[in-house]
Design a protein around this ligand. Sequence first.
Ligand SMILES: *Cc1c(COP(=O)(O)O)cnc(C)c1O
Length: 353
Amino acid sequence: MYSKQFLRLEPYTPGEQPQDRSYIKLNTNETPYPPCPEIKDFLTTLSIDELRLYPDPNSEELRGAIGKAENLPVSNIFVSNGSDEALSFCFFTFFDGTRGPVLFPEHTYSFYPVYCRYYNLPSLRLPLAPDFSIDFEVMLREIAGTCGVIFPNPNAPTGRYEEPEDIERVLEEAGKDRAVIIDEAYINFGGTSAASLLSGHPNLIVMKTLSKGYGLAGARVGYTLASEEITSALFAVKDSFNSYPVDRLSQKIGAIALGNPDYYRGIQRKIIETREKTKTALEEMGWDVVPSKANFIFARKKGIDGKVLYGTLKTRGILVRHFQQAGIDDYIRITIGTAEEMEEFLEKCEKYL
Ligand SMILES: *Cc1c(COP(=O)(O)O)cnc(C)c1O
């Protein structure tokens, strides 16, 4: 009864969203601060009639707000139900196993291999350097044999950030027949977007989301910045799948968020400050902490297995993320919460680990 493509699936495992007790949730990279107050005003004055009508299939108002924030015309912007959906559309649109495998880092966002199974694509997983940075010499050497490249910047779950100059080398090496997707889910925490490379590089797709930097993981708004041609291609894919993936409320909420950049710069700055303080405190307790430009840190305590770190913290009411994967299984990924939450986290680490 089941199709071959169904039997091939290996679904992504999202971080826990436990309902059994209250935890300090440092496991899914959500923002600990609320969305801007203007969103609350919108929701409290909302007319119920909003829900009677279909949303704008082209998300014009939201794309207008993104265009203003990114300083790009609306024709370069595609929006989706979270960036995961746009990622899936990109895998469908640009990657083709008959032209070679999809190239991505060995340790990276674990949705990429899931999409490879979904679309039946081979992959080539590039080992990271010992400090978890991307080895661009090796990447450049391998590109010619692949059908395209994707990686997050900063990378997940390591938090490591790569410079636009290196991304430009990848774009040049990939040439006009290979798409390069830079997944900037965490770009708001200290990195510089690759969007400035769009002019002159028609093979670049920059992927963004309001889930991490804008505290709107629940609204599911993602978007891409790319050439007009690519943007139309993504619309064609969307309209072959679901005409209305972004609902009316999320379109409006996303536009309001992007219209209030000062508020968001404020909370992003607080998260960066807390991240650096947490990193220093952990290092003083003998942890190894990978340098991060994301809203999380990747850390280990020598002599204690990552799974034990995770389990001990969970028993004490703190949820972090552990990946049972050779090469990173002694690490845990810790989302940066409020200053108070991180103090409690550090206290528990000091006491129980
Ligand atoms: C969280 C995350 C996403 C997905 O974000 P949504 O917009 O919530 O779907 C994409 N890429 C990376 C690397 C992420 O960590």
